[in-house]
Design a protein around this ligand. Structure first.
Ligand SMILES: NC(=O)C1=CN([C@@H]2O[C@H](COP(=O)(O)OP(=O)(O)OC[C@H]3O[C@@H](n4cnc5c(N)ncnc54)[C@H](OP(=O)(O)O)[C@@H]3O)[C@@H](O)[C@H]2O)C=CC1
Ligand SMILES: O=C(O)CCC(=O)C(=O)O
Ligand SMILES: [Mg+2]
Length: 473
């Protein structure tokens, strides 16, 4: 029962089975216009989606849009502080797939992120952010075309969950006292560490279930990619945060080598197998020495552990993965988070899917977007097992709001992801084609125009770029 909105009377619901959408030819799709530049981005984007669906299916398929309210618009409709009305949640619950513009989150005190709240409420645990270069897009990078990565960001956990206490609050003080006087002293590995008494405290939960369901989707995606892109890199800072980020890595490998055993090889396994391929009678110890260069200076118990690892890998998968068969499998490796920021710049073509936790994924998706043409070209999807919400990587860019100026490419490409998710590939392809051709003809908005050589002046408006895409279908 809705209070202030009424669902369209024509159109049908998208339903879900086994985590995948079942899409009728006339789905009803709720949309949130968004704050700030949402006012410019949404109308331009909707025009492109409708034109593409019409051009691809000639009326056989059609999206019926259902306007719902979140953020500033919701407060106008529902009253002060009614940022996330129950009506809007009910619409997403009922219709399953939605698309949104950006929503403002004040820094420090005040409301918590509506974007994060939507991901948590609908358990949209996989934030998928592809960063791919369109020819002609200006980039600060010399070889941006080498970057073609898809970030799989865990979307419901981590410090991003927002469970934290303000410095000086009663709970923060109690928690610090409990940690300093009880928990830390009874954990020998923490030695004499103590938390400063004037700290704010945030909690960083990383669960096995949360990590593995994210990595599962990442591996399933890798299996749909061309062979040369079948790599999943677990990105973590596990050297420092062993029981959270380190555990994410371990649980990722565990999933790859159990549930996806026949489809995956880990990087370390590939070294062990290829050592034996190069020298059929290589001893276990020699193989161990080659995979761990520090082997000879290790204590005996560590050496034994590595030898046991080599033996167990050969016993378990030599038959199925040896003699080069591992080269046909999804390669699962891991990289430390800070190093991946430089790796995507120095060796971008070595990476394909980057699976990581919430905060790392937030940072890395903006950084990768910069290489591929900036935030104006960076789409995203938040996927769960019974709902999905599509949204750009960027925020509300308030200084540009209402000027019909920003690049709608990000929201339009988020819609392309939505159409692909729905199985409407023909409409998605028309849009990608139109966008690529418009950019190649230097028909671009300010963000790309200012970086082009020579600069494009005047740039297209947001609405004009949408028209250029449609013209170029
Ligand atoms: N999912 C969401 O809804 C998100 C919401 N936010 C929220 O958005 C608000 C503003 O955040 P802010 O830090 O300014 O980050 P934004 O991502 O909103 O904007 C930062 C800069 O990115 C560029 N940019 C963003 N969108 C576009 C576009 N469509 N076309 C071209 N360039 C673009 C602009 O750069 P320039 O001016 O240099 O051209 C802009 O100033 C905050 O409240 C934040 O919490 C942030 C991220 C995601
Ligand atoms: O919700 C917000 O305000 C910021 C979220 C964000 O930056 C992101 O999800 O990439
Ligand atoms: Mg972000």
């Amino acid at each position: 029962m809705y209070e202030k909105i009424t669902p369209p009377t024509t159109g049908s619901k998208i339903t879900f089975a086994n985590g995948e959408p079942i899409v009728p030819d006339n789905p009803i799709i709720p949309f949130i216009r968004g704050d700030g530049t949402g006012i410019d981005l949404w109308p331009a984007s909707q025009k492109v989606f409708d034109a593409a669906v019409q051009a691809a299916y000639g009326g056989k398929r059609k999206i019926t849009w259902f306007k719902i309210y979140v953020g500033d618009e919701a407060c106008e409709q529902y009253g002060t502080y009614q940022y996330l009305p129950e009506d809007s949640l009910e619409a997403i619950r009922e219709f399953g797939v939605a698309i949104k513009g950006p929503l403002t989150t004040p820094i420090g005190g005040g409301i918590r992120s509506l974007n994060v709240a939507l991901r948590q409420i609908f358990d949209l645990y996989a934030c998928v952010r592809p960063c791919k270069y369109y020819t002609g897009t200006p980039s600060p990078h010399r070889y941006p075309e080498k970057l073609d990565v898809i970030i799989y960001r865990e979307n419901t956990e981590d410090i991003y969950l927002g469970i934290e206490w303000k410095q000086g609050s009663e709970i923060a003080d109690r928690l610090i006292k409990y940690l300093n006087e009880d928990l830390i002293p009874s954990t020998p590995e923490h030695g004499k560490k103590q938390l400063p008494l004037d700290s704010g405290i945030g909690i960083k939960p990383i669960s096995k279930k949360g990590s593995q369901r994210l990595v599962r989707r990442a591996i399933q995606h890798a299996l749909r990619l061309p062979k040369n892109k079948q790599t999943v890199t677990l990105v973590h800072k596990g050297n420092i945060m062993k029981y959270t980020e380190g555990a994410f890595r371990d649980w990722g490998y565990e999933l790859a080598t159990t549930e996806f055993r026949s489809d995956c090889v880990t990087e370390r396994e590939s070294w062990i197998l290829s050592n034996k391929e190069k020298k059929a009678d290589i001893s276990i110890e020699e193989n161990a020495r080659q995979i761990d260069p520090g082997y000879d200076s290790m204590p005996p118990d560590k050496q034994e552990k590595i030898c046991a690892e080599v033996k167990s890998v050969l016993d378990a998968i030599w038959e199925t993965h040896g003699n080069g068969k591992w080269k046909e499998k999804v390669m699962v490796n891991d990289r430390i988070a800070d190093s991946i920021f430089q790796q995507i710049q120095t060796r971008p073509d070595e990476y394909s899917i980057l699976a990581t936790m919430n905060l790392n994924g937030d940072y890395i998706s903006d950084a990768a977007a910069a290489i591929a043409g900036g935030l104006g070209m960076a789409p995203g999807a938040n996927i769960g097992d019974s709902a999905a919400i599509f949204e750009a990587t960027h925020g509300t860019a308030p200084k540009h709001a209402g000027l019909d100026r920003v690049n709608p490419g990000s929201v339009i490409l988020s819609g392309v992801m939505m159409l692909e998710y729905m199985g409407w590939q023909e409409a998605a392809d028309l849009i990608k084609n139109g966008l690529a051709k418009a950019i190649a003809q230097r028909e671009v908005t300010y963000d790309l125009a200012r970086l082009m050589e020579p600069p494009v002046d005047p740039p297209l408006k947001c609405s004009e770029f949408a028209d250029a895409i449609i013209r170029n279908f």
